[in-house]
Design a protein around this ligand. Structure first.
Ligand SMILES: [Zn+2]
Length: 400
């Protein structure tokens, strides 16, 4: 190779390197939506890996991608938005960062990349919504996207957003009223746990469910019940029902039994692939037996929980379910409903598998304890439990 050729090859590689290092342009950033949910669309000149997550103090959404040149003339955003400021900077190591500061705590509902098609450029889309500070804190450990590992940003610059027409991506209008799915456990040929006074779990949970429905509807919620009479509904059917109706929350109501008759108190559970403890694993086993009792063929089992949880959107739902579970526990406690344990627990409950709906299972108490089963058979106590559940739902949706 002659000296001249060597120089040319070197130059060619050098230019190629430069070209790669600065290959990506951010050509537009659009923000749109309404009070319920907003959408951030980042238009790119090419494909890029990305990751999106939230941080607090100040509240902000972070979108990391390949290092980019900022070619955005002006930010496109509606007159009313949760977005306060948009900043960007280089992270070094070939990575760039967008920082979207928000005026309230927010949670990322979904984040995805769209390849260029139909005259539209490559895009990164982040859907986010207002939430509570507590829920945002829960979400700070979650990341969406296909990029991993990056440092803190340096020399981020400020860009003042300007008013502009709505972006093209539109949202369906917000549902006027939140839809709560109440799922009274068992029913029909499956009585559930048997109380020492002869009461059935299926009857107690239906009574509480109907009371909760009444209270929720009174304060402006929509309610659908998986059953409102003494009928058997398979577990998978309850999940499908909730999804078909488009529920915003799913609450499964139960009352447990245990060999030690001195154990009392309510407990709250969420879905997980690994049970939080042995007792919860056994409880999930008991509750999942409902289908067996009715003689349903379980050879076509639903997807394993671990597989479901790979889905990032599902992880967001899990955060919300955990937040709801914690809220229910503290609210029951402060409403003089005895709780067994101040921690919520989790296991593979088949009825909690609606992965796009925050879902919890509430065991209202132990029917194997005489005092507790008598309390639960008393309508005044059931009203108290229902009020506490309603108050938790209010808190979840930040009604107060
Ligand atoms: Zn049960």
């Amino acid at each position: 190779m002659s000296f001249k050729t060597a120089i040319s090859v070197f130059l060619a590689y050098f230019l190629l390197f430069l070209g790669q290092a600065w290959a990506l342009d951010v050509n537009a950033v659009r923000i749109g939506g309404h009070a319920e949910k907003e959408r951030l669309v980042v238009e790119l000149s090419g494909k890029s890996q990305f990751r999106a997550f939230v941080l607090q103090s100040p509240d902000r959404i972070i979108v990391d991608m390949d290092d980019f040149s900022w070619k955005v003339g002006q930010l496109s955003r509606p007159s009313v938005t949760l977005v306060k400021d948009v900043r960007f900077g280089s992270l070094g190591g070939g990575k760039g960062r967008l920082v979207i500061e928000t005026s309230t705590p927010v949670i990322i509902k979904s984040a995805f990349a769209i390849d260029k098609a139909n005259g539209q450029p490559n895009r990164i889309v982040v859907d986010f919504a207002k939430t509570s500070a507590a829920m945002m804190k829960e979400a700070t450990t979650q990341q969406m996207g296909d990029m991993n590992g990056a440092a803190q940003p340096k020399n981020a610059r400020m860009v003042a957003p300007q008013k502009d027409p709505e972006p093209q991506e539109k949202f369906s209008p917000a549902k006027a009223k939140k839809l709560i799915i109440i799922d009274p456990g068992h029913g029909g040929q499956d009585p559930g746990a048997l109380g020492v006074n002869g009461a059935y779990e299926k009857s107690i949970v239906l009574a509480v469910g109907l009371e909760l429905k009444k209270q929720l509807e009174k304060s402006g919620y929509r309610v659908e019940m998986t059953r409102s009479t003494d009928v058997f509904i398979p577990l998978g059917e309850r999940v499908r029902f909730a999804r078909k109706k488009g529920g915003d929350l799913f609450i499964s109501l139960h009352a447990d039994s245990i060999s030690r008759s001195n154990v009392t108190g309510a407990s709250v559970y969420t879905l997980s692939d690994k049970a939080s403890d042995k007792e919860t694993a056994k409880l999930a086993e008991r509750e999942n037996k409902s289908d067996l009792i009715a003689g349903i063929d379980l050879s076509h089992q639903e997807t394993d929980v671990a597989d479901i949880l790979i889905d990032l959107a599902a992880r967001d739902t899990m955060n919300q379910s955990r937040y709801l579970a914690k809220t229910v526990i503290t609210t029951l406690d402060s409403n003089n409903v005895k709780v067994l344990d101040t921690k919520y627990r989790s296991a593979g409950f088949a009825v909690l598998k609606a992965m796009d709906i925050p879902s919890i299972l509430v065991e209202m108490g132990y029917l194997t304890n005489r005092e507790e089963v008598e309390r639960l058979s008393n309508s005044a106590y059931r009203v108290r439990i229902a009020s506490a559940l309603k108050a938790s739902i209010d808190k979840f949706f930040q009604k107060k």
